[in-house]
Design a protein around this ligand. Structure first.
Ligand SMILES: Nc1ncnc2c1ncn2[C@@H]1O[C@H](COP(=O)(O)OP(=O)(O)OP(=O)(O)O)[C@@H](O)[C@H]1O
Ligand SMILES: [Mg+2]
Length: 361
């Protein structure tokens, strides 16, 4: 990430106090940049040497299912006396859905990244019929559930959450990783009310652009739909959708008919409620910009254009990264924050299924 080309001092009033704030702010930014450099080296070392199988299913005490998805289900489990989330995927489902590459990429990336607002990888292993990803358990539940109860969130709360996503994207994009899966179901709460992004099933290391159609219809950027090739800027489009959804209560291009969702996205026109203040209007128009070359996050200053946007002016990025800001919602401790699901049985296979396909898992 390049340094911010605008001096922070020029954004602030000329009073002395403000200048002091500006100087400390710019110091904060350079500290964040140094960390990014270090993060890249760490990632590259781990990515070059993918982790080896370090556990077996018998080492885990499976408790309750806390989530399901297209590719697998996630079970709360005990391993070496700690609680964790075990994502269990049946090999045959992955092969039938043509998702082998995505799952290999998910594991390869997860085992090499490390960021406060992303679930931490613990280990990965496989047996004859399954693949397993053991992840840190985010105990506070899905943003989806909290949001469903709240219906809409006040702007300052949305700022608190969106700014963590911005930092997670800054971290990932610096490693040339596109996430491509932003939605309220994949944003989890930790016990302290900070976020943990999960489900790296669509994440990919991309140097220039990529062409696969993947993601959730309401969050897809226009260039994913048209298939002309896309880059990291699709994550910033999705960030615009998320900010809109959390603030308004619905996504901007919602429709019962999925084809009409796509038409609306390609047209790129959406209604901003009259009560929206000018800052959020302006930021949304810059993120939900149909032309990727003009989209915020994808211009010369990269993510700094977003971080320096007036809508985020109350966020101290360094304090946020260090979790020094009190979260607006702290999940009730000792409560189970996940929905109830029907429990699935592990399947049995006499011999190893798809050994070649999943060789590198
Ligand atoms: N580390 C975690 N801690 C707690 N819950 C989790 C964790 N990881 C995933 N979950 C829960 O399990 C659900 C399913 O996991 P995940 O999204 O990774 O599966 P998937 O099959 O890839 O889903 P999708 O259909 O969205 O691609 C999540 O939406 C979330 O509710
Ligand atoms: Mg998912």
């Amino acid at each position: 990430m390049g340094n911010c080309s605008r001096s922070p001092a020029t954004q602030l009033s000329s009073t002395e106090t403000r200048q002091v704030e500006a100087e400390s702010q710019s110091k904060d930014e350079s500290e964040v940049n140094i960390d990014l450099e270090h993060a890249k080296q760490e990632f590259e070392a781990k990515y070059a040497q993918s982790s080896k199988q370090t556990a077996k299913i018998e080492d885990f005490q499976l408790e309750t299912t806390i989530g399901t998805g297209t590719f697998g289900y996630v079970v709360l489990a005990k391993y070496e006396n700690r609680s964790l989330a075990l994502k269990i995927m049946e090999k045959h489902v992955i092969v039938e859905l043509g998702q082998v590459e995505h799952i290999l990429s998910e594991k390869h990336i997860l085992q090499a990244i490390n960021f406060p607002f992303i679930v931490t990888f613990i280990c990965a292993f496989k047996d004859n019929a399954h693949l397993y990803l053991a992840l840190e358990f985010a105990s506070g539940g899905e943003m989806f559930v909290h949001f469903r109860n709240m219906k809409q969130l006040p702007e300052d709360q949305v700022q608190f959450y969106a700014s963590q996503i911005v930092l997670a994207f800054e971290y990932l994009h610096n490693l040339n990783i596109i996430y491509r899966n932003l939605k309220v179901e994949e944003i989890l709460f930790d016990a302290d009310g900070y976020l943990k992004l999960t489900d790296f099933g669509f994440a990919k290391v991309v140097q220039e652009r990529t062409y696969t159609l993947c993601g959730t219809p309401e969050y897809l950027a226009p260039e994913i739909i048209t298939g002309i090739g896309h880059n990291k800027s699709v994550d910033y489009w999705a960030l615009g959708i998320l900010i809109y959804e959390l603030t308004v209560g619905v996504t901007p291009f919602q429709d019962e008919d999925p084809m009409r969702i796509f038409t609306k996205i390609l047209q790129g026109s959406f209604n901003i409620p009259g009560y929206f203040a000018s800052d959020i209007r302006d930021l949304l128009s810059k993120l939900l910009q149909t032309r990727p070359l003009q989209r915020y996050g994808n211009l010369q200053n990269g993510v700094d254009d977003i971080k320096n946007h007036p809508w985020f002016s109350s966020i101290n990025w360094e304090s946020l990264l260090k979790k020094r800001i009190k979260a607006p919602y702290i999940p009730e401790p000792d409560k189970h924050h996940y929905e109830t699901y029907e429990e699935k049985e592990l399947i049995h296979a006499e011999t190893e299924l798809y050994p070649t396909e999943f060789d590198s898992f």
